[in-house]
Design a protein around this ligand. Structure first.
Ligand SMILES: [Zn+2]
Length: 330
C-alpha cells in the first residue's frame, strides 16, 4: 500500500521504460484523434490528462524537454490502463527568477502562461472533456492553480479539474537517504533524483556518460527555504522566495544542481510507481463519483440561470450553446 497524507491506496504492476506515444497509432493523445475518435472516446471515458512540462537546461546528461517527457511517459502508462485521453503536452512553462537567462531555457511570462492554460481549459470543456487532471514535475505550483481558479470564477460551470504536483505525491521516495529516501542528496534540478527518473522512463534521450556534478547552496543557512519539490516541510517554499539563490546562469551554467553523475534508474522506481498508482486512484475516484457523461449537480456548483447552464452543458453538438457565449477566456 502507498500512503499520501492519510490516504492509502494499493500498488499495481507498472512496466517501464516504454516507447513514447506522442506519435503512435495507440491514439492516446488528443492531437492524434479525429472528431469521431474524440466522440467515441468521450462516450467511454471523459477524463483527460494534461501534461504540463517545461523546456530548460538539464545539463549534458538529460534533454531540455525532460520535465515534459517525465509527465507524458507517466500519463501514457496510466492512460493505457484506464482508456482515457492525454492532451498534447504543454512544452513551455513558468520559471522562478533564478532560472532566467540560463542558456537552453525558454521561460514563459506567468500572465501569458496562465491565460494560455485558461484558454486550453475552455476549449476542453467546450469539447466535452470536463474532468481534467493537470500534472507537472516542474513546480509551477504558483501558476497552475491560478489558471484553474480564475477559469472557475470566470465561467462558473460544473467541472472537475485537478492539479497533481508530482513531487508532493512522490514525497519520501524523492528524498535523500537522511530522510528515508533513496538518494545521497535532496532533489533539486537535473540532479541525481531527476536524472534517475529520466533514465528510468526514457534512457534513449539521456546521456549519463556526459552528466555533471555541481554543489548547491543559498544565501541564508539551510532550513529556512524548502528544497526541490517543497517536500521537506521547511518554513518557506522555494517558489515563495526571490533573491536567496544566485542566478543559475552565473552559479550553475552547467544546468545541473546536484550530482547528476550519481543517477541510477533503479533509485527512481518507487517515485514513478507511486505517482502512477495515485493517478490511477484519482482517475477511478473521479469516475466513481461522476460516471462518464455525468457532471457534479449544476445547481450545487453554480448560481447561473439553470436554463442557461442546461444549454451550456448540452454544448453545440447537442443543440445547446458554446461556452464562449459567456465570454472570451481572458
Ligand atoms: Zn527538470
Amino acid at each position: 500500500m502507498w500512503k499520501v497524507g492519510d490516504f492509502e491506496f494499493p500498488e499495481h504492476e507498472w512496466q517501464f521504460p516504454n516507447k513514447g506515444a506522442i506519435e503512435s497509432e495507440e491514439k492516446l493523445y488528443y492531437h492524434l484523434m479525429t472528431k469521431k475518435d474524440i466522440e467515441d472516446r468521450l462516450a467511454k471515458n471523459d477524463v483527460i490528462f494534461v501534461p504540463v512540462g517545461s523546456t530548460e537546461n538539464h545539463g549534458n546528461g538529460g534533454p531540455v524537454g525532460e520535465d515534459t517527457l517525465i509527465v507524458t511517459r507517466i500519463a501514457e502508462m496510466v492512460c493505457r490502463k484506464v482508456g482515457s485521453t492525454i492532451l498534447s503536452p504543454i512544452w513551455f512553462g513558468s520559471h522562478p527568477f533564478h532560472h532566467i537567462g540560463q542558456a537552453c531555457t525558454i521561460p514563459i511570462p506567468d500572465q501569458y502562461f496562465i491565460d494560455y492554460l485558461r484558454s486550453i481549459i475552455t476549449g476542453l470543456w467546450n469539447t466535452g472533456y470536463r474532468k481534467m487532471i493537470f500534472m507537472s514535475l516542474h513546480g509551477q505550483e504558483y501558476s497552475l492553480p491560478v489558471a484553474i481558479q480564475e477559469w472557475g470564477k470566470k465561467y462558473q460551470v460544473p467541472a472537475m479539474i485537478y492539479f497533481v504536483d508530482f513531487p508532493r505525491i512522490m514525497g519520501g521516495t524523492l528524498m535523500d537517504k537522511k530522510h528515508g529516501g533513496p538518494y545521497d542528496r535532496p532533489f533539486q534540478h537535473a540532479c541525481e533524483a531527476e536524472q534517475s527518473i529520466s533514465l528510468a522512463l526514457f534512457p534513449e534521450f539521456c546521456d549519463p556518460e556526459n552528466a555533471e556534478n555541481t554543489e548547491t547552496g543559498g544565501l541564508l543557512p539551510p532550513g529556512h527555504i524548502d528544497r526541490g519539490g517543497d517536500i521537506y516541510g521547511n518554513p518557506i517554499p522555494g517558489h515563495c522566495v526571490m533573491g536567496n539563490a544566485v542566478i543559475e546562469c552565473v552559479s550553475h551554467p552547467e544546468g545541473v544542481l546536484g550530482h547528476a553523475r550519481d543517477a541510477d534508474a533503479s533509485k527512481a522506481k518507487d517515485s514513478i510507481r507511486k505517482v502512477c498508482d495515485y493517478l490511477l486512484q484519482l482517475h477511478n475516484d473521479i469516475l466513481k463519483t461522476c460516471p462518464v457523461g455525468k457532471l457534479p449537480d449544476p445547481q450545487k456548483f453554480s448560481m447561473r440561470d439553470p436554463a442557461e447552464l442546461d444549454l451550456l452543458i448540452k454544448g453545440v453538438r447537442n443543440g445547446g450553446r458554446h461556452i464562449y457565449t459567456l465570454g472570451w477566456p481572458c
